[in-house]
Design a protein around this ligand. Structure first.
Ligand SMILES: CC(C)(COP(=O)(O)OP(=O)(O)OC[C@H]1O[C@@H](n2cnc3c(N)ncnc32)[C@H](O)[C@@H]1OP(=O)(O)O)[C@@H](O)C(=O)NCCC(=O)NCCS
Length: 149
């Protein structure tokens, strides 16, 4: 059975392997993931089957303006197409709403059809392409979801 749960320290090695596999040169370095684990608490979720990590979502909340973020989402090739990306994102959105996030934001490559489908399905909106958002001379879309909090 596949379950979505809070990431544990022992999951980090698998999470880092998936992050590096799916994002390649754009991936967060391992030490950044480790530090984000320390500050993200219940905004860091994994999808697990038989104790093996198939995917993760990492979020955060800026408590100054109560804006939540989906910072990273990755599903291992073997786990794709089973709705895990959608479930992970949906669960993170619920956790952020419970924490009274007013808005949830994320960035995505304009050609990432699978991810954009998930975000639109969950109510995220926005199609403004920002060039060089990450100072890497590449385009990103920022999408946001108002939570009515
Ligand atoms: C994006 C990603 C997380 C999706 O994970 P997943 O578990 O396969 O996604 P789901 O099974 O929840 O599928 C969500 C929807 O996208 C669709 N989809 C999946 N792959 C697709 C593709 N390559 N092209 C178009 N649509 C696709 C599914 O059919 C599904 O739609 P439906 O609900 O109408 O059936 C995964 O492909 C991934 O890790 N990609 C690389 C990292 C990445 O891009 N992360 C997001 C960064 S913003």
């Amino acid at each position: 059975m596949i379950t979505i749960q809070r990431a544990q320290l022992q999951d980090l090695e698998s999470i880092i392997a998936i992050e590096q596999h799916v994002f390649d040169t754009d991936s967060y370095p391992a030490f950044v993931i480790r530090q984000l684990f320390d500050i993200s608490g219940h905004y860091f979720l994994v999808a697990k089957e038989d104790n093996s990590v198939l995917g993760y979502v990492l979020g955060g909340l800026n408590t100054e303006n109560m804006q939540g973020w989906v910072l990273s989402l990755g599903v291992h090739q073997d786990g794709r197409g089973k709705g895990l990306g959608k479930q992970l994102t949906e669960q993170l959105v619920e956790v952020l709403k419970t924490a009274n996030a007013k808005e949830i934001a994320l960035t995505v490559y304009p050609d990432n059809e699978a991810a954009i489908k998930i975000y639109k399905h969950l109510g995220f909106e926005g199609d403004v392409v920002l060039d060089n958002y990450f100072l890497d001379n590449e385009d990103r879309i920022i999408m946001t979801l108002k939570t009515n909090q």
